[in-house]
Design a protein around this ligand. Structure first.
Ligand SMILES: [Zn+2]
Ligand SMILES: [Zn+2]
Length: 494
């Protein structure tokens, strides 16, 4: 057989049967490994639901169909940032995720990207301590140079010089890095001095002064580091691209969907925020040579709150790929303990989608639930249907900082969901399955507790039960900024 692995790219592979032989051949460094995992999963029915829960049929005889196919994933960078994925490198590799947070090693073919630093790097580029001697490095807002957690005056030539020195230092100190982050802090507070403002106004967006700054750094290092990419965010106030400035070929634009409605697909939701996002991605697509997306898949203000976004997972990943996105970072509950709202299921489904956006997602959902929730699976699937029906075809939108009083968490939802889980717990065939069902039920209790739907002794008992199950499951955080322990105190637990 005449195989040219180099033509398969870094991750593509070929599966071919030839009489009594099977050939798995892939490009370097991960193609052949991915070919093996794909064969096991898609041709031989092996499933890796969680690091602990696998499925493989017991048989004395393996039958393979005739095979002659190649596959290479459409996304070059795939990262599911949920604890359920980041806690086990082998598990992430089996799902053919190749991001920076999995601690992938040589046996996994390494990661596709190695970031340094990861994101929001402005304080590391131009330290806040420089303010006392050089307030002119910092943003002019309302006639005053601001200090603290702010952006920088990116048109100041000294700021550009200092940033270049720092980026070059990072490149020396971190020879493994493939991507250097030159990105805005996680705040607005950008500079409105005459020079910054003139450019931003001429270009129709504050992304202009950021991109000019990033391009200058990218141009400076290009000759010495031809394989290094500079990553910057198109986030909040910089999400809209400039009119004429273009990212250099060694610049990654990482577009962030933080404002969007996730109850309905990005492509079709009628909300203004999704319409704006569509306009921005359509504008970036032809100008960004490398477009990555930072996407959001849970409620970050309430990790244990039902989030009705299951219907949009697949259409949104497909939407990104159709709009030229090459890398996708799916942020969820990444706290130490994990086990956020349906975390294991969500991590699994997102992994399937990033590998193949056209995969049969309803089948994966059923398969996961049938194995993970055992006899209780039908009621858990009913619950998922209930959750989605709260927003499906309704003008009720969902955002990642929704409160526990969100319209889709109404009385009908809470009482029906609680009954479904009551039945699910009864159906559970053993303690392991029962415990998983209890963990899946926590979000319903969380809403009941947070909205004072229960009171008196009933509330005390429910809170006690909630905390007992959450602690057993290792839950460490109740939101991005609050630990379970702090929340328990706030709720008045002993
Ligand atoms: Zn300025
Ligand atoms: Zn919507």
């Amino acid at each position: 057989m005449n195989i040219e692995p180099a033509r398969l790219g870094a991750e593509g592979f070929l599966l071919r049967t030839d009489h009594d032989r099977l050939l798995i051949a892939g490009g370097k460094p991960r193609g052949t490994l991915y070919g093996v995992y794909t064969l096991l999963e898609e041709k031989l029915g092996v499933r890796w639901f969680t690091p602990e829960v696998e499925f493989a049929a017991r048989t004395n005889r393996l039958m393979l169909p005739q095979l002659n196919e190649t596959y290479a994933p459409p996304l070059e960078y795939r990262e599911v940032f949920w604890t359920e994925m980041t806690r086990d490198a082998d598990f992430a590799a089996r799902h053919r995720l190749n991001g920076d947070h999995y601690h992938l090693t040589a046996k996994h073919g390494g990661a596709a990207v190695v970031y340094f630093p990861f994101v929001h790097s402005m304080d590391e580029l131009i330290p806040p301590a420089l303010y006392s001697e050089h307030p002119e490095y910092f943003p002019l807002i309302g006639g005053k140079r601001e200090s603290g957690y702010v952006q920088r005056c990116l048109s100041n030539p000294e700021v550009v010089k200092l940033a270049i020195v720092q980026v070059r230092r990072w490149l020396k100190e971190h020879p493994d890095a493939t991507i250097i982050s030159v990105s805005q802090n996680d705040t607005a507070k950008w500079c409105q001095c005459d020079t910054c403002k003139a450019l931003d106004e001429a270009e129709g967006s504050p992304s202009a002064s950021l991109l000019k700054f990033v391009n200058t750094i990218a141009a400076d290092i290009e000759g010495d580091y031809p394989n290094i990419l500079i990553d910057t965010l198109a986030y909040q106030y910089t999400r809209k691209p400039p009119k004429s400035l273009r990212p250099r070929s060694n610049v990654i634009i990482r577009l962030c969907s933080i404002e969007c409605c996730f109850a309905h697909p990005l492509a079709t939701c009628t909300s203004r925020e999704n319409e704006r996002f569509r306009n921005d991605i359509i504008a970036w697509q032809p100008v960004a040579r490398r477009l990555y997306v930072w996407d959001y898949t849970t409620d970050f203000g309430h990790y244990q709150q039902p989030f009705p976004n299951f219907d949009v997972l697949q259409p949104n990943v497909q939407f990104f790929v159709e709009h030229g996105v090459k890398g996708l970072f799916e942020q969820g509950n990444y706290s130490g303990g994990g086990n956020g709202e349906l975390g294991p299921l969500r991590a699994y489904l997102l992994a399937k989608l990033l590998w193949n956006p056209k995969t049969d997602l309803p089948r994966h959902t059923r398969e996961f639930c049938i194995t993970y929730y055992g006899q209780a699976a039908p009621r858990v699937l009913d619950y998922l249907e209930l959750l989605e029906s709260q927003v499906r075809s309704l003008p009720v939108h969902a955002h990642i900082f929704d409160s526990t009083k969100a319209a889709y968490l109404n009385e009908h939802f809470v009482s029906t969901a609680d009954k479904l889980f009551e039945e699910a717990e009864k159906l559970a065939e053993n303690d392991t399955v029962r415990q998983r069902v209890e963990v899946a039920r926590l979000p319903v209790w969380y809403v009941q507790l947070a909205t004072n739907r229960v009171s008196g002794d009933q509330r005390t008992e429910l809170l006690h039960q909630f905390l007992k199950i959450a602690r057993q499951a290792g839950v460490s955080h109740i939101s991005e900024g609050q630990t379970l322990g702090d929340w328990a105190k706030k709720m008045g637990a002993d």
